[in-house]
Design a binder for this molecule. Structure first.
Ligand code: BYC
Length: 480
């Protein structure tokens, strides 16, 4: 069924009413989730009325409605994309067989791991962003932050549904554990590196939603063709929501660049390295924006795992996790005799090495991610052109500042030249923000709550959410 039951405590299109055991398990998890949301979710705005989008259907047209909601009352639902009749496994050794509706027993452990890792990132990002409401540069941005947060919450529900429906007692335990780990916690951290970093300011948030949410898109796209149909259908619908998160990031950074360009033009600043000239007018200088790109992009590349990975080969071979947009790739979708060029360190240099394609699944996804990020850079660099400024931002080399995979343990410049550790450390702040840069960004973070007004360091958006006018009150703040 694909009709969404909104009368139920947990809105769903999975006919929860007819599965008493699952319904009980999810209803028992709900108060724990709410507890977590209140403790670890957005600080200070739980009673405010936020103009949010809520998913009410799963068709591509008209799947969501907008209205004011207090976040703890958001209708977090379980929504799967419609089942496709006769769908076949599209890749790996089971290619051509009907997709699995039940959990394939031999792949239980692999699937559990994929679902848990995916699930773990969702609450992690909410935790990372929990203080940002207090320094929102406008009500428009505050609303976008909370939209992202409630949808990450819904994505957690999506994974918890899979765990509780298909993995029995272990699944229920994993669902509990997803609420027990905490981003950045010394003893019980979140599973993947980037989700334990802090998101202390809004430029970090926009970089995170540009780059790290884009990893989310790539990973979800790879799972959206899974031979395990419940996972494919769940992730397909998650992708519908993911687009807005990346929009928030891309346009957020774009608006920061726009404001900096306006300041530079207005005050005749021509040297992009002249931080002070921009900072004294309350903007974020271009060199600092570039360093923030370098940091967030490199940390996100680590999320793809090792470029050469038997885990990834096994889950591809098993038909569980494919490549980016698998059905559009023109090959045999089994890859047993194929090779793929992987960037590796050979003779002290980064070189492409032909590698068995099955082992290079992570490397390929990473390449697709990089190509997607390049498109974002084109958009950002267009802002300079419209201001007649001869400047461009760029992605650092894939070997730069890596902690996972081929380049972990090496030291590369932003252009990919391998250098010694001491040489790298001497030049680190050419490429990565110094504490003083981060301190400056933090000093700009002041709450702006007048409808239609924006902080000094960011331009207004081109259009409102859901066609709303410039002065729209996106968040009705609760009286303190
Ligand atoms: N940090 O063969 P390897 C999102 C571990 S983001 C720490 O290299 P594999 C979102 C790995 O677990 C998308 N550990 O990699 C965005 C393994 O440990 P075990 C999240 C790491 O397995 C914004 C060992 O190293 N979804 O949705 O091929 C906001 C060797 O692993 C890291 C997914 O990632 C790391 N960075 O690939 C909200 C999809 N990387 O098991 C949400 C599901 C690797 O040997 N996950 N390790 O002890 C996967 O597909 C894969 O697990 C990975 C790693 C791509 C993450």
């Amino acid at each position: 069924m694909s009709e969404v039951d909104y009368t139920a405590l947990i809105p769903n299109n999975v006919d929860l009413a007819s599965d008493a055991r699952l319904k009980r398990a999810l209803e028992a998890w709900y108060p724990k989730y709410l507890d977590w949301w209140r403790k670890m979710g957005p600080v200070g705005f739980q009673e405010s009325e936020v103009y949010l989008r809520t998913a009410v259907g799963v068709d591509s047209e008209g799947w969501a409605k907008f209205g004011y909601v207090k976040m703890p009352e958001y209708r977090w639902g379980i929504l799967l994309a419609p089942q496709e009749e006769g769908r076949k496994i599209a890749f790996g050794q089971h290619k051509g067989e009907p997709v699995w509706q039940d959990l394939p027993g031999e792949y239980r452990a692999m699937l559990r791991r994929l679902v848990v890792i995916q699930g773990d990132t969702e609450p992690a990002s909410v935790e990372q962003q929990r203080f940002l409401g207090q320094t929102a540069p406008s009500l428009y941005d505050m609303r976008n932050l909370f939209q992202v947060n409630v949808e990450e919450g819904r994505h957690l529900w999506a994974m918890v549904y899979l765990l509780q429906k298909y993995f029995g007692r272990d699944g229920r335990q994993e669902a509990e554990d997803l609420l027990m780990r905490t981003s950045g916690d010394k003893d019980k951290p979140r599973i993947l590196g980037a989700f334990n970093e802090t998101t202390p300011d809004w430029l970090s948030f926009f970089m995170f939603t540009t780059f790290t949410d884009r990893d989310g898109k790539m990973q979800l796209e790879s799972l959206a063709n899974s031979g395990w149909d419940p996972l494919a259908r769940t992730t397909r619908f998650m992708l519908t929501e993911e687009g807005h998160h990346m929009f928030v990031g891309r346009t957020g950074v774009e608006r920061v660049i726009q404001k900096t360009c306006e300041i530079m033009k207005e005050h005749g600043v021509t040297d992009p390295a002249d931080k002070d000239a921009v900072r004294k007018h309350g903007g974020i200088d271009l060199a600092t924006i570039q360093r923030k790109i370098n940091f967030h992009y490199s940390v996100t590349l680590d999320l793809f795992g090792a470029e050469i990975s038997t885990n990834a080969a096994n889950s591809f071979n098993a038909g569980l996790k494919g490549r980016y947009r698998e059905p559009m790739i023109d090959d045999d979708h089994q890859l047993e005799n194929d090779t793929y060029p992987v960037a590796r360190v050979v003779d002290g240099k980064v070189q492409l090495v032909d590698t068995p394609a099955l082992n290079a699944i992570n490397a390929r996804l990473c390449d697709d991610f990089i190509a997607d990020c390049e498109k974002v850079m084109l958009r950002w660099n267009r802002v300079f052109q419209t201001h007649d400024l001869d400047y461009s931002l760029k992605l650092p080399h894939r070997a730069f500042h890596r902690a996972v995979g081929e380049f972990s343990g090496t030291f590369a410049t932003d252009a990919g030249e391998l250098i010694s550790e001491s040489a790298w450390q001497e030049r680190e702040h050419e490429w990565l923000p110094a504490d003083s840069d981060l301190g400056y960004i933090l000093s700009l973070m002041q709450l702006q709550t007048t409808p239609g007004k924006y902080a000094s360091w960011i331009a207004a958006p081109r259009a409102g959410i859901n066609g709303q006018p410039g002065e729209f009150e996106y968040v009705k703040l609760a009286a303190a």
